[in-house]
Write a protein that binds this ligand. Structure first.
Ligand code: FCB
Length: 510
């Protein structure tokens, strides 16, 4: 479908003026696919609950995300059917081929593969992921698999409090082992946990995301939890679970499968709200809290000292054995980056109550930008983030595992703001790579318009629009899909064809 575009020169004046605008606004250079180093991969991604559907089929049991959504928190929507990728994966892989994706990032639903969270493997779940992976490989698309993307089996949450309990380490490692053993002959890139930092803050400090725990005055409707301690405990157990799975991979699978195991961080770049020194210090602390919380244990075997000082006994201590296990336990870091936020200093003296993560950090974020209909386009923030990781943590391999622009799902396929965003951010990665960053891959979030954790089906990120009013849930390529396809085919990122072809694109709903 994407190949059939023919240039239409009537659009030339429009093309020229739009391009001039882009150059002025973003200072964008021309670049193309071939400017990236050999081995750099481009793809797109989704996660299991956001697109699979078939939530009650073939033995799958609910995850904490199902529970959260059914309690009305995902904008009143749920993933029972979602994009029905479970049944449509062959069609979807063909759409990936149409764009020319080189790699695809998706997650496995733990409760589809092991319905009890622990114990027997579900043969139908196994069959589905085998088929899905085979379909990708047979079309030359490299699978990048995440094991945990916010969807812990509800059974484990009920049994022992999920990530709050040390018991999760054993169960997560056993789940990872099933995946390595069953899929590792074909999957080379594993990410154990998605956005551990934000999962902990959303799930245990402000209660905005599953499992929705918090304590007053920090969250909304807090009926159970402890915002002062639980986020730190959850991250600690995630780091231990990851390292334990990595140890197993290195011991039993690495020499035959030759794959790589990484960990994902939600990484907004934090800049000071004003030049005042309180704000400058707050932005530095915020970056250290957000990124150092995860990176310091992996690189140095301990949490940043400012975090330990601020949180005192509330942040767990690594035993010598644990520190050794965690340190060096990543082959790469996955970053989810959407935008840059400004940060204001918050004097520690203002806390009347017990402290939470924000209070420990002594910083407040301008989080309104994350809730807006579109993200501010600040590609220099991603460049600075990559520079920071290079300088502070020894230039580990990095994959940008999520980056993309939000829009409202309004039926139009014309998503020029998404094209401008992708163009600007991919350009900033190229700049960072040219300056020595070890970034090795890039995945657009997202391939399809799926269920979003906070807004349900209202916000959309997809290269493909999914018509939820159509029983067939038909997919339609947005302009950004054409732009990405042309870029991946080697055309210039300031790709005239996308503008020339605008009148050929189907406008599904006006
Ligand atoms: C990230 C999540 C991803 C998606 C994007 C918009 O935090 O990892 O699943 O919802 O936000």
């Amino acid at each position: 479908m994407l190949q059939n575009l023919k240039p239409n020169f009537c659009f030339l004046p429009l093309i020229i003026s739009v391009q001039c605008l882009l150059v002025i606004v973003f200072g964008i250079d021309h670049y193309n696919r071939g400017d990236f180093p050999p081995g750099f991969v481009f793809g797109a991604g989704t996660s299991a609950y956001q697109v699979e559907g078939a939530a009650f089929e073939d033995g799958r049991t609910p995850s904490i995300w199902d529970t959260f959504a059914h309690a009305g928190f995902s904008g009143g929507a749920n993933g029972d059917i979602a994009c029905d990728l479970y049944h449509k994966y062959k069609n979807d892989v063909q759409l990936m081929v149409d764009i020319g994706l080189e790699a695809y990032r998706f997650s496995i639903s733990w409760s589809r593969l092991i319905p009890g969270g622990t114990g027997p493997v579900n043969p139908k779940g196994l069959q589905f992921y085998n088929n899905y992976i085979d379909e990708l490989i047979s079309h030359g698309i490299q699978p990048h698999v995440t094991l945990f993307h916010s969807d812990l089996p509800q059974a484990l949450e009920d049994e022992y409090g999920g990530w709050l309990s040390r018991k999760i380490v054993k169960d997560f490692t056993a789940y990872a082992e099933v995946c390595f053993k069953e899929f590792g002959d074909r999957v080379m890139y594993w990410t154990t946990i998605n956005e551990a930092n934000v999962y902990a803050i959303g799930g245990y400090d402000n209660g905005f995301t599953p499992p929705g725990r918090c304590s007053p005055p920090f969250g909304v409707n807090c009926s159970r939890g402890n915002s002062s301690t639980e986020p730190y405990m959850a991250v600690h157990n995630m780091l231990l679970a990851h390292s334990s799975a990595m140890k197993l991979y290195r011991r039993n699978y690495k020499s035959t499968q030759h794959g790589f195991v990484g960990f994902n961080i939600y990484s907004m770049w934090c800049v000071p709200y004003t030049n005042a020194s309180a704000d400058v210090i707050a932005a530095q602390r915020a970056n250290e809290f957000f990124i150092g919380w995860i990176m310091n244990p992996f690189i140095f075997g301990d949490y940043p000292s400012i975090m330990k000082k601020a949180a005192g006994k509330r942040i767990p201590t690594f035993t010598k054995y644990e520190a050794k296990l965690v340190k060096g336990s990543v082959d790469f870091i996955g970053l989810n980056h959407y935008t840059t936020v400004s940060v204001k200093g918050r004097p520690s003296s203002i806390e009347k109550h017990s402290k939470d993560f924000n209070a420990d950090m002594e910083a407040d974020f301008s989080l309104a930008v994350l809730a807006a209909d579109q993200y501010p386009v600040i590609p220099s923030g991603l460049y600075e983030l990559l520079e920071y990781l290079k300088e502070a943590y020894g230039n580990l391999p990095i994959y940008i595992q999520e980056n993309g622009q939000k829009s409202l799902r309004n039926g139009t396929l014309n998503d020029m703001p998404r094209i401008e965003y992708l163009h600007a951010y991919i350009g900033s990665i190229l700049d960072a790579v040219r300056n020595g960053s070890n970034t090795r891959g890039y995945f657009v979030w997202s391939f399809l318009d799926g269920l979003e954790l906070l807004g349900g089906y209202v916000p959309s990120y997809g290269l493909y629009y999914v018509d939820l009013d159509d029983k067939e849930l038909r997919r339609y390529p947005k302009h950004s899909a054409y732009w990405y396809a042309n870029f991946l085919k080697g055309k210039s990122s300031r790709n005239d064809a996308i503008f020339q072809a605008a009148d050929k694109l189907p406008i599904y709903k006006s």
